[in-house]
Design a binder for this molecule. Structure first.
Ligand SMILES: C[C@@](CO)(OP(=O)(O)O)[C@H](O)COP(=O)(O)OP(=O)(O)OC[C@H]1O[C@@H](n2ccc(N)nc2=O)[C@H](O)[C@@H]1O
Ligand SMILES: Nc1ncnc2c1ncn2[C@@H]1O[C@H](COP(=O)(O)OP(=O)(O)O)[C@@H](O)[C@H]1O
Length: 297
């Protein structure tokens, strides 16, 4: 008997970052939108914990106990006194180290899958608490849709979305480390007065209306200057997408994936085609959001 869970990627339509906290994390106003690029996590009873991964970026995924999917299974097993004897297989379509929360998706997916396989009976609240222990982005992968994340991003408030937003994503030929991008943010912020992060009312209204033009003028990412500082070539990708007619172009989270908001599926296809021919990125995908959170299929 196996259980498979499908989990979406995310784009941050707003990422407001506060000053570094004493624990090294940053308070955020993090507006997540789940998009229709998915990893699938399948769990099957086995003699011992084992992880396999398939997909275009599979060789970059750790197959030991540092994998967020393994950590999720181990934590649920520990809490229930269950032997974590399970084979976790990840069919990976979300780019690795791309700022689209692929590892977080696998953590949330493995947790829901093991809770189902083992009939462990963890409530939604307990699953969310385990997710928050695993990483700041993991609770959102479970929930999906759109949400405002505060604290370090793990405290979620579900947001209303009044339509479908059409995106193009350009994947870079190397990854960026999330801690390195936050460190670069701190370096660039030295000596500056960093305001408390707050969600933009204009952005929340644009999401609620499902209005792509309004959303395009409200998107923002405080980590973008840091990502560009570490990966200056991303500026060329952003320019190529804007020139191709995207309504907005921004770095997704800590990057280096770049995200382009378009008005409809036709313009998304056109922007994608231009980006593919631009020589400024490795691969290009289209996806729309909001997408549902982790779901047993
Ligand atoms: C930046 C964001 C935006 O959604 O995601 P990515 O774009 O990387 O996917 C998130 O805040 C990443 O969340 P996640 O990848 O879960 O990070 P965590 O494992 O919790 O933390 C990794 C490291 O990032 C830094 N970090 C993360 C979250 C936060 N609010 N402040 C931080 O300073 C810390 O250095 C921490 O040690
Ligand atoms: N299941 C997983 N899939 C991908 N990366 C993982 C996974 N578990 C742990 N990692 C580690 O997390 C790092 C960040 O990966 P990922 O979550 O894909 O990116 P991001 O944090 O930019 O969204 C990877 O470089 C990898 O070392």
């Amino acid at each position: 008997m196996s259980v498979t869970v499908r989990v979406p990627a995310k784009v941050n339509v707003q990422l407001a970052v506060g000053a570094a906290r004493p624990d090294g994390f940053h308070d955020l106003a993090n507006v997540f939108l789940a998009v229709g690029l998915y990893d699938e996590v399948t769990v099957t009873p086995a003699d011992e914990l084992r992880i396999t991964c398939e997909g275009p970026d599979a060789e970059q995924v750790p197959l030991d106990r540092t994998n967020l999917a393994a950590r999720a299974a181990l934590e649920l097993a520990r809490r229930r006194g269950i032997e974590p004897a399970v084979h976790i297989h990840i069919a990976k379509d979300i780019p690795v180290a791309g700022g689209m929360a692929g590892g977080s998706a696998d953590g949330a997916g493995a947790l829901l899958a093991c809770n189902t396989l083992w009939q462990a009976g963890a409530s939604r609240a307990e699953l969310l608490a385990i997710c928050a222990e695993l990483g700041s982005d993991v609770p959102f992968s479970l929930v999906g849709g759109a949400a405002l994340g505060t604290g370090r991003g793990e405290q979620l408030r579900t947001l209303e979305v009044g339509g479908t937003f059409h995106w193009v994503f350009a994947m870079a030929d190397r990854g960026l480390s999330t801690p390195a991008v936050f460190r670069e943010f701190d370096r660039l912020a030295e000596g500056l007065d960093i305001p408390e992060p707050v969600a933009s009312e204009e952005l929340l209204r644009a999401l609620a209306k499902g209005d792509p033009d309004a959303l395009a003028s409200a998107v923002s990412n405080d980590l973008q200057p840091a990502a560009l500082s570490l990966f200056p070539e991303l500026a060329d990708t952003l320019t190529a997408g804007r020139t191709a007619g995207a309504l907005a172009a921004l770095v997704s989270g800590s990057g280096p994936t770049t995200a382009f908001l378009t008005r409809d599926p036709e313009s998304a296809a056109k922007v994608a085609e231009t980006l593919r021919g631009s020589g400024t990125c490795r691969t290009v995908r289209t996806a729309s959001g909001p997408a549902p959170g982790a779901t047993v299929i």
